[in-house]
Design a protein around this ligand. Structure first.
Ligand code: PLP
Length: 400
């Protein structure tokens, strides 16, 4: 092979070539249509007629925190919301300049990071208000805060019936700019639940304290996706949809009063085909047995990717435009599908969530089969699955 070593390199050594490949060519992929998310934002805004805080916590419900936030910002979202301070900092580091509210409860030692990254703080008790004041004063910078009122969720926030002194103290604080006051709905997914009307009334009562003390009314916000869909009296000055932005309904009881489109699909490819003989069992535990000679394909995704093991012998996938059942237990990295009298070849597309040749498997249906809510399916799909983005370039943010 001496001759070879004297030749000029026409192409990189195999190792270099490997290093230059796209980092992830895995056939199992999440496709995110960013234009649909922007379209859903427009549909929601037209429906409610007030500003929208786009909720992008938990990796934007599995769709990818930074690409989604960047696209929402370019599409003119009024504000973003995340769950905890690290998510907010990640957005700032990615160059997102839209206002960001951190929705979760705060720890005292985090307050400096909120202020230095220009993140709006949820203040959920008098004690936390004092901590924010102290940190802001020490930094010589006012903190922007939203006061959290508990109207029935019993998660975080000052109970509406004790809100008077809390609101007075916040308004009087020279180190806090009270930008908002808000609460969270516990039962708005269900249009028939009477709990929402009670929460609306308690929130209105709490907000009256601003009027009583002659303070300007800050932004009042209450509606999650369920509120947006079903309860116009929760819309107030701003709404906070999460799951609906991604085109998914929060609950089987929800009514599709806003025309949104699902932004995510989950696809893989057939990696193996075989015939399982009648009487032979499939996968761990041998929980499913072929009753006749059965054509079975293997799909290279499993619960290690966040595809729920609860779908074992319950879920369905699309192959060649037809719906086929998952058979046997879902493994960490693979599962098996009975394709009946259908045919399939290696590398055929398998749709786990989404559409194929006019057939659809919505994430809401997957959640029902798995015995959970669509939220848990979406956010469970983890970093092992590469995300491909459609429609991002046309709305790329302009340089500052
Ligand atoms: C997650 C969350 C939302 C969004 O909820 P969806 O049901 O996804 O619309 C709104 N507000 C708060 C406080 C939240 O924690």
């Amino acid at each position: 092979m001496g001759a070879m070593s004297t030749q000029p390199h026409a192409s990189p050594e195999p190792d270099d070539r490997e290093a230059a490949r796209p980092i992830d060519e895995r056939p199992t992929r999440i496709r995110v249509d960013l234009e649909r998310i922007a379209g859903n934002l427009r549909a929601i805004r037209a429906h409610v007629g007030v500003p929208v805080m786009g909720i992008v916590k938990a990796n934007a419900y599995g769709h990818g925190l930074v690409p989604v936030a960047r696209h929402l910002q370019a599409a003119g979202v009024d504000q973003l919301g995340v769950a905890f301070v690290e998510e907010g900092i990640a957005l700032r580091r990615a160059g997102i300049r839209a206002p960001i509210l951190v929705l979760g409860g705060i720890f005292g030692h985090q307050i400096g990071r909120f202020i230095s990254h220009d993140l709006e703080i949820t203040v959920s008790s008098l004690d936390k208000l004092r901590q924010v004041e102290a940190a802001a004063e020490a930094m010589g910078r006012r903190a922007v805060v939203h006061l959290k009122i508990d109207t029935g969720m019993e998660r975080i926030g000052v109970h509406s019936y004790s809100a008077g002194p809390f609101i007075e103290a916040a308004v009087a604080s020279p180190w806090c700019e009270v930008k908002g006051v808000y609460s969270h709905l516990a039962c708005a997914d269900d249009p028939a639940s009477p709990a929402t009307a009670a929460q609306v009334a308690r929130f209105a009562e709490a907000c009256e304290h601003f009027t009583r003390i002659g303070a300007p009314m800050p932004l009042r916000h209450l509606a999650n996706s369920g509120g947006v869909l079903h309860f116009p009296d929760t819309w107030l000055d701003m709404v906070r949809p999460g799951i609906l932005l991604y085109g998914v309904l929060p609950d089987p009881a929800s009514r599709p009063t806003v025309a949104v489109q699902p932004a995510m699909s989950l696809v893989s490819q057939v990696v193996y085909f075989k015939v399982v003989k009648a009487g032979h069992a499939v996968s761990y535990g041998g929980t499913w047995t072929a009753t006749r000679d059965t054509r079975v394909v293997t799909v290279p995704i499993g619960y290690g990717d966040g595809y729920p093991r609860a779908l074992s012998s319950r879920g369905e996938v699309l192959v060649r435009g037809r719906r086929h059942p998952i058979v046997g237990r879902i493994c960490m990295d693979q599962f098996m599908v009975d394709i009946g009298d259908g045919s399939a070849w290696n590398e055929d597309e398998v749709v786990l969530v989404g559409t194929q040749e006019g057939e659809a498997i919505p994430v809401e249906a997957v959640a029902l089969q798995a015995g959970t809510v669509p939220y848990e399916i979406l956010v469970g799909l983890n970093e092992r699955i590469p995300r491909d983005y459609l429609g991002g370039a046309s709305l790329a943010p302009v340089a500052a």
